[in-house]
Ligand binder design. Structure first.
Ligand code: ZN
Length: 365
């Protein structure tokens, strides 16, 4: 019954693309609860594909969106590889600048376009599909366990607990993270991933918004105060993070790593063309070192005052910013990371309290 799915099509690439088209069409958005039906559709799709191919599949609930575990057992005496991937995606709407419907796979000039195609449905499916084929053809030389999660895009809040509870199920000799990219046509082995956490910074200057005609010039303005704090986060010339101790816990970057990263093919014109950026910041380091081995702080959202149609002459009493921290200490444990994020928040708070005395500042994770 099951195998018909694989024998009708001509080439391996056709088979892969057919499957990719199916899973891309499932809108498994984890950041919005209204997509729960699609999340469960995606889980069912992987379960069917993997169990038809001969894997022992387990769907585990109780940790936010379900985890899919699929084991391809060849021989107990062989070593086991654990492959991690995620089936959830960020939302996408054609109005946001897509040239075609984001949940429909488009192939153009040898490239595939769709929401999730490089994060992470495309890569995870390459690993799944390759293992399925190797297993079917008796060419699999290791046992393989797939771990597919559905909350990567919301920061994997339940993953540490899941790993702790299910360590027996996930036992492996090596682990492969399929959630990476290739550089041009060069395959890549990642040396590390940055971790991170998010926080919201809120500044309050008054009990209510005040009329700019009556209070303008005397009352502190929450939007101004917030901007003053935010401009202190990053050095305007060097783009380094100004929080004391921010770089303290970062692993030393070795000369070998720097040499290696400089030798990875990189096309700055493509980098700029694809993203639309005009300059690459922090040219002291190559892009791979900067985005892989160094931490960063990014303001990811700002809100204050009136943002509806027309104008309202009110001095905002409250302003808030969402701030994302990308941290990188490869060997850091979950608990230590938690502690260091708390430390960072405390240090950040100290900087702000020293510089701002006109406002109440609230910082929460
Ligand atoms: Zn991802």
């Amino acid at each position: 019954m099951a195998k018909s799915k694989f024998i009708k099509l001509n080439t391996e690439m056709d088979e892969y693309l057919k499957l990719l088209r199916e899973i891309i069409a499932i809108r498994s958005v984890s950041t919005d609860a209204s997509y729960q039906t699609e999340i469960h559709k995606a889980v069912k799709w992987y379960k069917e594909l993997l169990s038809r191919a001969g894997a022992e599949v387990e769907i585990i609930s109780g940790y936010d969106n379900p985890f899919v575990i699929a084991k391809f057992l060849v021989d107990k005496s062989l070593s086991t590889c654990l492959v991690y991937g995620h089936y959830d995606v960020q939302p996408a709407n054609i109005d946001e600048g897509w040239t075609s419907e984001p949940f429909s796979l488009r192939i153009d000039d040898q490239r595939v376009y769709a929401r999730g195609v490089v994060d992470n449905k495309g890569q995870a499916l390459i690993h799944i599909y390759s293992v399925i084929r190797a297993f079917r053809e008796n060419k699999l030389s290791k046992n393989v366990v797939f771990l597919l999660e559905g909350n990567e895009e919301t920061g994997s809040p339940a993953l540490p607990r899941f790993i702790k509870d299910k360590s027996k199920l996930l036992k492996a000799d090596l682990a492969l993270i399929s959630d990476g990219e290739i550089v041009g046509s060069t395959p890549v082995i990642e040396a590390g991933f940055r971790g991170g956490f998010n926080s919201t910074l809120q500044v309050k200057t008054a009990d209510l918004d005040l009329h700019s005609g009556i209070y303008g010039g005397t009352a502190p303005n929450a939007a101004h105060e917030l901007i003053t704090i935010l401009t202190k986060l990053i050095d305007a010339k060097t783009y380094k993070v100004n929080i004391p101790g921010f770089y303290e816990d970062v692993d030393t970057i070795t000369d070998d790593q720097l040499k290696n990263n400089k030798s990875i093919p990189f096309n700055s014109k493509d980098y700029k063309d694809i993203s639309g950026i005009k300059v690459i910041l922090n040219e002291e380091y190559d892009v791979y070192t900067q985005t892989g081995l160094l931490p960063s702080v990014q303001i990811t959202g700002i809100s204050s005052g009136y943002n509806g149609q027309g104008y309202r002459n009110g001095i905002p009493a409250v302003a808030s910013a969402k701030i994302n921290f990308s941290t990188c200490k490869i060997t850091i444990g979950a608990k230590k990371l938690q502690n260091s994020s708390e430390n960072l928040l405390i240090r950040l708070n100290q900087v702000m309290l020293r510089s701002i005395y006109k406002s109440t500042i609230l910082m929460k994770e």
